[in-house]
Design a protein around this ligand. Structure first.
Ligand code: ADP
Ligand code: MG
Length: 505
């Protein structure tokens, strides 16, 4: 009897053990299957985001062709190629005190810049940041500019500068206005439409600098609005002030844009404009560039469809800081729908823009042995705790794929500009590659939080630039970081367009 019991118990124990072993094997098999599903999602994204140098060269060509089309006629391309009427870029010889007003989003900055005629020295500058009261964003043009003019008056009257230069000259101001405008001269521009939460209805269709000028006169402030510019143009001005070989400027921050110096005779759509200048800065609005050669994924298509501006800013939606985090979020969501490697599907995965670009930079650049930063962001932001190291590595890889594509496309865009102006070492848009061509030193000013703060983005961009151009040409192309083009650069444009001087490009 006793023996029978022992046998029964032994058999039961063996059965349970077998069952557990089988369950463990089953669990491992299932885990492996789930892991493979997640890896497949990542592999597909990687393939779709592929940016071989051949593909990048197609993007370069498309950019140059679109630039041509946009210069040929109004509406000829998705690239607006706006005429800025900036003919005189600062060259370092400017002297005196100049002001800038930089209207960003819900705040503006006022700056004072002292120049002593020596290129390398911007003597000093002062900045004040002011928040715009919410109600003014939807008020009248008069209320809005009265507020700005009062702040400017207060700032100007706090003048700490009594040098004879400043006293003798009329005070002048550059105005950075990053909204769509149609310019007919450097110091005038008609507002086409508001963006970024502004809705001062009576200003649409009006000349923006004229409204500001009127408010300044009413406040009794003798300050002339000498230039109205987009922030990218300020970046080009700042680059050119320090280095006369600067021919283009790129901004890659929350949004992205580029401008460059074009030969006036190549701007076909402005023929008939009376100008004796040989060149003009063109604001490309390159965020709106589009080409079938861009490597587009289903995530890009969904992001675009769900955006407030579908079918606009296609290039920007693949490369700027506003969007990279959200592309990564969409890929993570897909991974969690296809496999259970992240456990439950956190409701955070479905929240647009919850994952910012600085967060994906932090994950991507996490150099701690156990990827603690990746773990922290997954836990704190996306609310998925206890993610295994292997999965954390996969997340890091996703950040790399999205960032690498962005940086390489930006590099192709830059080479597209160089190609358009014959600075890419080829014979220009129609010519083939010419090895005997003498390449001139070419500087591109660049700024923006994505480029400046995200080291791997910057490295990918540089690497692609070298791949596309080849080492022999690339060594002549210098990307120079500028800081505060939209402030200091714009004050420099007030100086180079001052009624007090006649310096030329
Ligand atoms: P803006 O473009 O808004 O005028 P910036 O040029 O300073 O301002 O860029 C800010 C943008 O840069 C942020 O919205 C973000 O997308 C990006 N950014 C800032 N810091 C980082 C970072 N550490 N890593 C990656 N992207 C960053
Ligand atoms: Mg900016």
């Amino acid at each position: 009897m006793e023996r029978k019991v022992v046998v029964v118990v032994a058999v039961s124990v063996a059965a349970v053990a077998c069952g557990m072993a089988a369950a463990a094997v089953g669990w491992r098999v299932r885990k492996r299957r789930e892991w493979k599903k997640a890896v497949r999602v990542v592999r597909e994204v990687e393939e779709e985001c592929e940016t071989s140098v051949e593909r990048l060269r197609q993007v370069v060509d498309a950019m140059a062709v679109e630039m041509h089309a946009g210069l040929a006629s109004e509406g000829g391309s998705k690239l607006k190629m706006l005429l800025t009427h900036v003919h005189n870029l600062p060259n370092g010889s400017e002297r005196g005190t100049y002001y800038a007003l930089d209207l960003e989003g819900t705040y503006f900055r006022v700056l004072r810049v002292h120049l002593n005629g020596q290129q390398s020295a911007i003597l000093e500058h002062e900045v004040e940041l002011q928040t715009i009261p919410q109600h003014l964003l939807t008020s009248t043009s008069k209320d809005f500019f009265d507020f700005i003019a009062s702040s400017l008056k207060e700032f100007v009257e706090k003048e700490g500068d009594d040098s004879e230069l400043s006293v003798a000259r009329r005070k002048e101001l550059g105005f950075t206005f990053s909204f769509p405008i149609k310019q007919i001269s450097v110091c005038s521009g008609i507002l086409i439409t508001w963006t970024k939460g502004f809705s001062i209805v009576d200003m649409v269709g009006k000349d923006v600098p004229a409204c500001l000028q009127e408010a300044l006169v009413q406040k009794g402030l003798d300050l002339r609005v000498a230039a109205l510019v987009n922030d990218t143009v300020g970046t080009l001005a700042l680059g050119h002030y320090h280095d006369a070989d600067t021919v283009a400027a790129i901004v890659i921050g929350t949004s992205t844009n580029a401008c460059y110096l074009e030969r006036t005779d190549a701007i076909i759509k402005c023929q008939g404009l009376l100008t004796t200048s040989r060149s003009m800065v063109v604001n490309m609005e390159w965020g709106n560039f589009w080409s079938s050669h861009l490597p587009r994924t289903s995530y890009d298509i969904d992001l675009n469809a769900e955006s407030p501006n579908p079918n606009d800013q296609g290039f920007e939606k693949m490369i700027s800081g506003m969007y990279l985090g959200d592309i990564v979020r969409r890929i993570i969501l897909k991974m969690s729908l296809e496999s259970d490697i992240l456990g439950h599907i956190s409701s955070k995965f479905s929240m647009p823009f919850i994952l910012s670009t600085p967060m994906i930079a932090a994950m991507h650049e996490d150099d701690s042995p156990n990827l603690r930063e990746v773990e922290r962001i997954l836990k704190d932001i996306l609310e998925v705790p206890d993610v295994p190291l292997k999965v954390r590595k996969l997340m890091m890889k996703v950040c790399g794929i999205v960032t690498r594509r962005a940086a390489r496309l930006a590099a192709a865009g830059i080479v597209g500009i160089l190609k358009k102006i014959g600075r890419d070492g080829s014979g220009g848009i129609t010519g083939g590659r010419r090895s005997d061509m003498k390449m001139r030193r070419t500087v591109v000013a660049i700024e923006g939080g994505l480029y400046s703060n995200y080291t791997l983005f910057r490295e990918y961009l540089h690497e692609a630039l070298h791949e596309i151009l080849g080492e022999d040409i690339a060594k002549h192309v210098i990307l120079k970081v500028t800081e505060d083009g939209s402030g200091i650069g714009t004050a420099l444009l007030a100086a180079s367009h001052s009624s007090n001087n006649v310096d030329r490009i």
